[in-house]
Design a protein around this ligand. Sequence first.
Ligand code: ADP
Ligand code: MG
Length: 354
Amino acid sequence: MNGSHVMLEGVTKHYAGIPAVCDVNLSIERGEFVVLLGPSGSGKTTLLSILGGFVEPTSGRVAIGGNDVTRTPPARRPTSTVFQDYALFPHMNVAGNIAFGLEMQGLGRKERLVRVSDVLAMVGLTGFERRPVGELSGGQRQRVALARAIAVRPEVLLLDEPLGALDLNLRRQMQDELAGLQRSLGTTFVHVTHDQEEGMSIADRIVVLNNGRVEDCGTPDRVYLEPATLFAATFMGETNIVAGRVEEAGDGYLKLSTPLGGIRVRGSAPPGHDVRVSIRPEHVLFEPARDTESLGAVVFTDSVFQGAHYRCRARSVGHDGQELLVYVPVEHGAAIGERAEVHVRRRRIVLLAK
Ligand code: ADP
Ligand code: MG
């Protein structure tokens, strides 16, 4: 057992023989903000529930702070969970909701009142103690749920799509607040979302889940810029997937033949192998440079202004007419029917493992 705060080893959960989570291995450091990111049904809630002790894994082990907690009930784990639907007690006021867990922990009345007012201040609800939860807005309820979860001073805070019910502006605001709160508390956070922008804006590390398996795991910029798999590449944002065949392999580079012509990429694979690379639309360039590969000539077939850039479809000239999505800088512009030579920095061509 190493010194990681949270450890999952070979964690698998089957429901009636069907895997919801499959052989997940994950180490989380103390004070880390980890985001479990994946589409609906990818196993995020199941994995979080295994961490919280609400679901027992079919096989595998969970350790927190060096202790095996695989069969430890939720109340005896150093975890606290913010559920997707808040799960506040509707018949209690704000203070009652927050103080409930503190009473269970055996805190006296005076300490409870101090703790309640402290956590309400942290979530920006000072003075809300006596408000019935039924009279709060969605954003305020979410803050109460958060206050309730941090009031018990968990070592690990588990959050299941806590911002899912909020409108976009409030969600972006709460993301910033959540990140700030995590930094000031220093608590380990494991946060579930299906929103890749949310994941990127709050996580120290993103774990991309698909069909119960980890597809990729790393810092937001690494997972976005160098996704490990086809799934991670497409789930993290728009991209071009280009098929290629390995023509030559050597010293960490491959020469591929692709519908966009011959390109060199970093990576290794045997000659004759079929592979795929990912090229993000904002990485397509119109000027060559020392470290660029040519993607040949394209003709623009469609262009939509999106504020930060034009989102353009293009078709490669010759070859097999591969489609290319390109974010064209506003200053450059792109007219439908216009022809352009396009390039990409070699390090922005990402060889996908599967
Ligand atoms: P997510 O939170 O990513 O949407 P879940 O962890 O809720 O995914 O679900 C993963 C898979 O496990 C889904 O196919 C879901 O239908 C199944 N599943 C989840 N909970 C149960 C359950 N209690 N009984 C049977 N199947 C379940
Ligand atoms: Mg879920």
